[in-house]
Structures are given as C-alpha cells and as structure tokens.
Design a protein around this ligand. Sequence first.
Ligand SMILES: Nc1ncnc2c1ncn2[C@@H]1O[C@H](COP(=O)(O)OP(=O)(O)OP(=O)(O)O)[C@@H](O)[C@H]1O
Ligand SMILES: [Mg+2]
Length: 248
Amino acid sequence: MSPLPPQGVALRATGLVKRFKTGRSHIEVLKSVDFDARHGDLTMVMGPSGSGKSTLVACLSGLLRPDDGQVSALGEDLWTLKTGAIDRFRLNHCGFIFQGFNLFSALSALDQVTTVLKHTGLTRSEARERARTALEEVGLGHRLDMRPAELSGGEKQRVAIARALAKAPRLLFADEPTSALDGENGQVVIKLLQRAAKDQGAAVICVTHDPRLEAYADRIIHIEDGTILDDRRVSPAPDAAAPQLIEA
Ligand SMILES: Nc1ncnc2c1ncn2[C@@H]1O[C@H](COP(=O)(O)OP(=O)(O)OP(=O)(O)O)[C@@H](O)[C@H]1O
Ligand SMILES: [Mg+2]
C-alpha cells in the first residue's frame, strides 16, 4: 500500500515584506503579508498585474529573499538557512512551473525530465524510467523524443509539468501556468495540478489571472497592491472534521 499523502499546513509565511529600489525611492511590493498553504490543496493566488503575486511566490519558494518576515516551509525556517541549504531545499522539495516553460531547446522531452531527476540522486536508468512514467502520465508517451521546437504550446507546458511532478515535490509553485494555452489545454494543465494536490498531497500554489480556473481551486486568495484582501476556502479542508449526522 502506498503511504498516505501528507496533511496539514505545508507552508506558512508571516509578516513578509519585500521592497524594490527604483531610482532613489523604494517601492513596497509585499506589505507584511501573512500566508499559508496546506498539503492536498490547490491554492490559487489571484490579483491585478503588478500586485505582487510573482514576488510572493518567489519569497515563499526560496528564490527571492524578503526584507522582513518569516517563511516556514515543511517545518524549516527557510530564510535562516544558508544559501546552499536553500538551494537543496528547493531541489528536494519544490516543483516549479512558469509561463515560459523554461525548457532546454536542445533536449528531447524525455531528457528534459531525466536531467532534473539525475540531480536528485537517482541513477541514469532510474531517472529515465521515472521520467518516462511522468511523461506518460501527462499524456506525452508518444512525444518522448521530441524537442521543444517540435511540440505545441500545450505539449511544452505538459513537459514542464512532468518535469516538476516527476520528483513528487511536496511544494508545487505555478506562476500563470495556463496563460499561453487555449481553454482546452489550460484545463488539462489545471487538472494535472489538481491531481498533484489530491494524489500526492502536494501543497500547490498557483498564480493565475484566469477566472476559468477558479472552479478547480480549494482556496482562492486575492492580493492587491501587496496586501491580501480576501482568502476564501471553496472546498472543505482535507482534514476538516466530518459533518455530524443528526440522528432522527
Ligand atoms: N526586480 C525588481 N526590481 C524592481 N521592481 C520590481 C522587481 N520585480 C518586481 N518589481 C515590481 O514589483 C511589483 C510587483 O511585481 P510582481 O511581478 O510581483 O507582480 P505580479 O502580481 O506578478 O504581476 P503580473 O500579473 O503582471 O505578473 C511591480 O510593480 C513590479 O514592477
Ligand atoms: Mg507575475
């Protein structure tokens, strides 16, 4: 029997502040943001352009050091770790899916995924086998040998997702993963993210502008001008108490 997926809070940020210097002044892009995300949830972060969504994801995932505040990720106080340890944390526990796919143009679909897995300590043949399975799971079993130039936008995004999911990350960050895709491919992608949350217990944090994706969210967080304005759960928490049955 496979182990139960993890439950509970995966990521908690408190008082996150991020400023950028522009000319002589600083702009405050995150204004003391508190945020948390749970295993098994697809948490969507929505808000206008420039509101700080990508900055928030970067601070939560160890890519961009906040000026103030704390990020506790899988129980680690992320920003107190040394740079090397933060890099290792990302490698071991985080998957990333960005809008531009970030694929290597010279590599086949199979090699894109294999290369990343080799860095996690698998042998070459284990990595290839796991990569093949991950690509089959996103419906690309027939495209293993193709390079990005030979793939459609939706297929490229699915390679990027297979690459992120192959190592079964406990934290999965997606920044506008469907913005380059038509409605149908967008749905395929969001369903894959949902599956990572439900089947693997990943905490999936997905930034999107796309209102069509709201239907797939467990929780929707609205951010505007560096502040969280609204935080709505739209499905019961996975470990919420079952409703009491009242016997007649
Ligand atoms: N490296 C940087 N230097 C200076 N300003 C920055 C930097 N990165 C982001 N900003 C500013 O911070 C603000 C928030 O940027 P961010 O990328 O987080 O927005 P966003 O909500 O992801 O927007 P979009 O929906 O357009 O992707 C913007 O006003 C942007 O200009
Ligand atoms: Mg952005």
